[in-house]
Every structure is written in structure tokens, then in C-alpha cells.
Ligand binder design. Structure first.
Ligand code: VNL
Length: 392
């Protein structure tokens, strides 16, 4: 009797277990999970905030189901520490069984996660990080942000035609800064310009003062700057405090320096600064106006910057790929991301099927006051710019 009861109990438990597994599998199949890993705290929190807000806006506008599945956006804060990004990515793949890893606010965070994407065959959408070589770190990476060489080459072509021949470069000392320096320098020299010195500042908590003093002493026509999104205001402030603009030294750079979300707080020193980039909040298109208005409305008047656009377009790439695969993940989902062509708030763009990197217009812009607000006003367009950093 006892033995029989015991066996019955086991049979019951097994049945219950089977039922649970079946139910949870069905639930997993009914969901399409996107693991969004971002710096939400610390010095690069603005990047996380912009991308999360843009992803939520995309879902609000396009619905929270795709290919018949409920979209679940799982947002995690990596505090901009690469070991945390990697651990979170691992947990998302193993425990949450996400179909896509997304976000990646800084280059080292993307590099740390690339092996997880490769091993688990999970598409990884880089929405922020912009060092050229990132897409080569895993065949599962697709990028919707931009690359520093795209922007750097454009401003190196503009400068010598506009009275800027002697330049000092000043960049953050890590991946995107090194790209920004190299591609600007090579192109400026090719164009007959001169680079008097190349200065590199620490990526975290930089004190720009001694570097700007050095620039002042060298008396170039301009200082060319790359600092990551969020750091531009501090640099502008010190540039003004040292009277660099009054000394006749111009400031040029990639658009990271005149970041849309903090541009107004920079004040008059930013007025007139010329930069090259793929996105301005004042980009003149119906789609962008709609995007900016909706973003500001949903976020207490916060202006979207280029990080927001990388996040928004990344969601577009993910949604359209999921529709094409009817919700299937892995290699099929990755393949459906490659070659997508569409209109972004930045203008036309596509994902190069060979490199999995973004191809888009680069605009030359000048900071101007529009209705009392500072904006990056686009005045020249280089069309369909591929990443100059790709050798294959
Ligand atoms: C990176 C490139 C980060 C450009 C940025 O801001 C940026 C990067 C946080 O690749 O780390 O503006």
C-alpha cells in the first residue's frame, strides 16, 4: 500500500512538472524578449536614459506585439562597467532566453559582450558604441549608431576649405577617440593641412585644463575634439574659461561635442561651433519632426540626441527582423536584420549586409540659435557614407 501511494505520488509530481514545463515553454514562445543593457547610472547615464526612452517610444508607437508575440523589454543597468555588461548579457541569454541583446553605451562594453553573442548565436544590436572595429568582434553584431571614422573624415574635408589648416587634436583616450584622431589626421594631412599635436585625455573624469593650455600655447587655427556623449558641456565650459575662443582658436569636432540634449546648457561659447555627425534634433524632415515632438512629450521636454536615434532605429531593425522570421531568433533573426533599408529620423539609412554596419548621411552642422534655442543646423550633406574604417 505504502509503496503504491509513493508511486502514485511520484506519478502525480511528474505530471505536475510536465505541465509546468509545457506552460512555461508556451509562455516563452508567446514572448519576444529584448535584453537592453545600458549605463543607467554614473557618468554615462544620459546615454542610457536616451536609449531607453527611445526604445519605449518605439514600442508605444508600433505596438507591444510583434509576429504575434508579446514584446518584453528587459532593461538592466551595467553602470558602464564592462564586467557587469558581460555578466548581465550572460544572464539574459541563459535565464531570460532573450532573442536579442541590445544597447551598449560604450565601446569596451560592446567588446566585452561580443563573445556571448557569438557563443549563444544571439543577435546583438549596438545602439551607441561607435569604434569602427566593434562589428568585427562578432558575426552576430549589427550596429545602428554610427562610426567615428564616418564623422571624422567629413570634418577633415570641410576644415581646410574653410580657413582651418593648422589643427591640434584632443580626444578621449580609448577606442572611439583613437579612431576620431586617426581618421581626422590622415585625411587632414592628405588635404594639405597640418596637425601640430595630438593630445589624449583620460576617458573618465577628465580635467581638460592642462590640455587646453597646451592647445593655447600651440596657437592652431582650431582644436578638433572628440569626447563621449555627456562630456561636451564640461569641455565647452573650460574652453570658454580659458578664453580660447577670444584668442581666435576655433573649436571643431564630431557631433558628440555639441550633444543635442545638453547643447542649450552650454551657452554662447557653443554658438557657431561646426561639427560633423549623422543626427541633429533639427534635421529637416517630417519623420524627424514627429519623432522629436513625441520624444519630448513623453520625456518632460527632454530633447532627443544621437543616442536616442540609435536606440529608436535599433528597435526598428529588431521589429522588422522579427516580423520576417515570424518571431524565430538566432541566425535567421540576424539574417533578417542585414540589408534593411529605411528612413530614420536622421535621414535615409541602411544596414550593410556584408559588414552589418550602418550606412547613412553625414551632415556638416553649425550651432545656431533658433527661436532662442541652440541647435545643430545642418548645412551640407555627404550621402550614404560607409564606415571608412572597414577594410573588407
Ligand atoms: C562612444 C562613442 C561613446 C561615441 C559615446 O558616448 C560617444 C563609444 C557615450 O564607442 O564608447 O558619443
Amino acid at each position: 500500500m505504502q509503496k503504491r501511494q509513493f508511486l502514485n505520488a511520484i506519478a502525480g509530481a511528474t505530471l505536475a512538472l510536465t505541465a509546468t514545463v509545457t506552460a512555461s515553454t508556451a509562455m516563452a514562445q508567446d514572448k519576444f524578449k529584448i535584453g537592453l543593457i545600458l549605463p543607467m547610472t554614473g557618468p554615462f547615464a544620459s546615454t542610457g536614459k536616451q536609449i531607453e526612452a527611445a526604445a519605449r517610444l518605439y514600442i508605444a508607437q508600433n505596438g507591444d506585439t510583434v509576429a504575434g508575440k508579446k514584446v518584453e523589454l528587459i532593461v538592466k543597468d551595467d553602470t558602464s562597467a564592462a564586467d557587469v555588461t558581460k555578466r548581465l548579457a550572460q544572464e539574459m541569454v541563459v535565464n531570460e532566453k532573450v532573442s536579442v541583446l541590445a544597447g551598449f553605451g560604450l565601446t569596451p562594453l560592446a567588446f566585452a559582450t561580443a563573445p556571448i553573442a557569438t557563443q549563444s548565436k544571439t543577435p546583438m544590436v549596438v545602439m551607441a558604441a561607435a569604434t569602427s572595429s566593434i562589428t568585427q568582434a562578432s558575426p552576430f553584431i549589427v550596429r545602428t549608431s554610427f562610426t567615428l571614422p564616418q564623422a571624422a573624415v567629413a570634418i577633415a574635408d570641410w576644415a581646410p576649405n574653410n580657413g582651418i589648416k593648422k589643427v591640434v587634436t584632443l580626444v578621449s583616450d580609448y577606442g572611439p577617440g583613437i579612431d576620431a584622431e586617426k581618421f581626422f589626421k590622415d585625411r587632414l594631412l592628405f588635404n594639405g593641412g597640418q596637425v601640430l599635436d595630438s593630445l589624449r585625455v583620460p576617458m573618465r573624469n577628465p580635467d581638460f585644463a592642462p590640455f587646453l593650455q597646451k592647445v593655447r600655447d600651440l596657437k592652431p587655427d582650431a582644436v578638433y575634439v572628440f569626447v563621449p556623449s555627456g562630456a561636451g558641456a564640461a569641455l565647452m565650459k573650460q574652453f570658454a574659461e580659458r578664453g580660447m575662443d577670444k584668442a581666435g582658436i576655433k573649436l571643431i569636432g564630431t557631433g558628440d561635442i555639441t550633444d543635442d540634449d545638453i547643447l542649450n546648457s552650454m551657452g554662447d561659447v557653443a554658438n557657431g561651433v561646426v561639427t560633423s555627425h549623422h543626427y541633429s534634433a533639427s534635421h529637416n524632415s517630417a519623420l524627424n519632426k514627429k519623432f522629436v515632438t513625441a520624444f519630448e512629450k513623453a520625456n518632460n521636454g527632454l530633447r532627443p540626441n544621437f543616442m536616442a536615434v540609435g536606440g529608436y532605429d535599433g528597435m526598428r531593425v529588431i521589429y522588422e527582423a522579427a516580423k520576417a522570421t515570424k518571431g524565430a531568433g538566432g541566425q535567421a533573426l540576424l539574417d533578417a536584420m542585414k540589408g534593411q533599408v529605411f528612413e530614420s529620423p536622421r535621414g535615409p539609412m541602411f544596414i550593410d549586409a556584408q559588414t552589418r554596419d550602418v550606412v547613412h548621411n553625414i551632415y556638416i552642422r553649425k550651432v545656431e540659435k533658433v527661436n532662442g534655442q541652440l541647435y545643430n543646423q545642418e548645412f551640407a550633406t555627404l550621402k550614404d557614407v560607409k564606415d571608412p574604417g572597414k577594410t573588407k
